[in-house]
Ligand binder design. Structure first.
Ligand SMILES: [Zn+2]
Length: 200
């Protein structure tokens, strides 16, 4: 396999895409450290605290195979917030039915449906938002894992630190030009496409 960069024809600055991505991501923990907080007006204050995070170099971020994930927290919050009135409307429904109103005895089925309709509607919305949250969580897990196709293409890319581009040294089963330098974001778009995710 010829690993020479198609642009500068050198191999010394060429590194595989997963290695560049891994090498540019640094997990760090600051215990009891001083964290600078900027107020935006040039003043900086320091607060004590523990901080855990991952720093990624710009190149590592550009070579990240995971598409941007969309959180589902808002759906969960909506489901939980609606659960409270749904519970009370159900409770009120049972209290009304338990009161044995004479007008309910005339058409008990229609009356019962009417009494429980608000609770039913709220519960349906809870189920809807709960379901949306579940599907978002599932989709994000899938995006994080990637597909065998996207992983394979990602792992067969090589990055030239001198030219700042990615190339494929040899033919893959994906429709990506071989021996041609492309920007990291173009390569990432190919990877996402291979995984079946629409390009953002
Ligand atoms: Zn090069």
């Amino acid at each position: 396999m010829n690993l020479a960069c198609p642009q500068c024809a050198q191999v010394d600055q060429v590194q595989s895409v997963p290695a560049v991505h891994q090498g540019g991501s640094v997990a760090h923990t600051v215990v009891g450290g001083a964290i600078p907080v900027s107020y935006g007006d040039g003043n900086v204050t320091y607060v004590q605290g523990n901080y855990r995070g991952t720093s990624m170099s710009a190149v590592a971020r550009e070579l990240d195979p995971t598409p941007p994930l969309r959180g589902g927290g808002c759906f969960l919050a909506l489901a939980l917030v609606l659960l409270i009135p749904a519970f009370f409307m159900t409770l009120i429904g049972f209290l009304v039915v338990g009161d044995n109103h004479p007008e309910m005895a005339a058409s008990p089925i229609i009356s019962t449906i009417t009494v429980f309709a608000p609770a039913g509607l709220l519960l349906a919305m809870v189920a809807l938002f709960g379901g949306l949250y579940g599907s978002r969580v599932k989709k994000n897990r899938h995006l994080r894992q990637g597909t065998p196709e996207s992983r394979e293409l990602w792992a067969s890319g090589w990055y030239c630190h001198r030219c700042g581009g990615v190339f494929l040294p040899q033919q893959t089963r994906h429709e990506v030009p071989v021996q041609q330098l492309m920007t990291p974001s173009t390569f990432r778009t190919y990877v996402w496409r291979a995984g079946g995710y629409p390009a953002p």
